[in-house]
Design a binder for this molecule. Structure first.
Ligand SMILES: Nc1ncnc2c1ncn2[C@@H]1O[C@H](COP(=O)(O)OP(=O)(O)OP(=O)(O)O)[C@@H](O)[C@H]1O
Length: 210
């Protein structure tokens, strides 16, 4: 279970997200909101990338008190991932696999599902936007995370990859992994039986239904 307590994140521009208390059960959750509503800011905070006031607790492990253990349990993919141009996807996978404890079987299986092919040997500088997105996605599934956070997972990838990504998410859900997804359009609302759908507007979160 994911718990957000007394959360506050503000930027010097004046934009602010405040969540007094939020509890999300194991399962799959969707955060919807317009451009600039605060989705990415919230996800980056939950993933331990952005600093914030308050705490986020996953399965009893506090991000503030046990940051290393917490980060081991949470994987994250950005909406528009950026990586060093000179590295290849294979090199990035090898690095993340080592830190997250992923084995060769898992890597091969994920590469097959996401139809990565031999292109992963090439430098990131040569990647299309879809390949860049697939790079971010594959890294987010490595190891044995309790929660996978995917920011706008269906943008940029082709229809075939979208279908296989849905199968992959369902497979991992079945194994007990939880998911937190965002969308600024209703592009994949019907793909999953969400445990909850939340709306974020101007930094405030509203829980729709469970
Ligand atoms: N590093 C930053 N410094 C200052 N302001 C920021 C920063 N990152 C985001 N913001 C501001 O915070 C607000 C929320 O941005 P955020 O990227 O979280 O929204 P979003 O819902 O993910 O948007 P989109 O759907 O366009 O990706 C926006 O007003 C944005 O300009």
């Amino acid at each position: 279970m994911l718990e957000i307590q007394h959360f506050r994140k503000s930027y010097p521009t004046g934009f602010q997200i405040e969540i007094n208390s939020l509890k999300l059960d194991k399962g799959i959750h969707l955060i919807k909101g317009e451009n600039g509503s605060g989705k990415s800011t919230l996800l980056k905070a939950i993933a331990g990338i952005h600093d914030f006031e308050g705490d986020v607790i996953l399965d009893g492990i506090s991000l503030k008190k046990e940051p290393i253990s917490f980060r081991h349990k949470v994987n994250y993919s950005e909406a528009e991932p950026l990586f060093p141009d000179f590295l290849s996807m294979d090199e990035l996978i090898a690095f993340v696999a080592k830190t997250k404890g992923a084995d060769k079987t898992q890597i091969t299986s994920l590469k097959e599902i996401l139809a990565i092919g031999d292109f992963s040997k090439n430098a990131i500088a040569t990647y299309s936007s879809g390949m860049l997105k697939k790079t971010g996605l594959i890294l987010a599934f490595l190891g044995k995370p309790s929660m996978i956070i995917l920011d706008e997972p269906y943008t940029t990838i082709d229809l075939g990859t979208q279908k296989r990504l849905t199968e992959l998410i369902n497979r991992e859900l079945y194994k007990g992994v939880s998911f937190l997804l965002t969308s600024h359009i209703a592009d994949f609302e019907g793909f999953f039986d969400y445990n909850s759908v939340l709306n974020i507007s101007n930094g405030s979160l509203l829980q729709n239904h469970e």
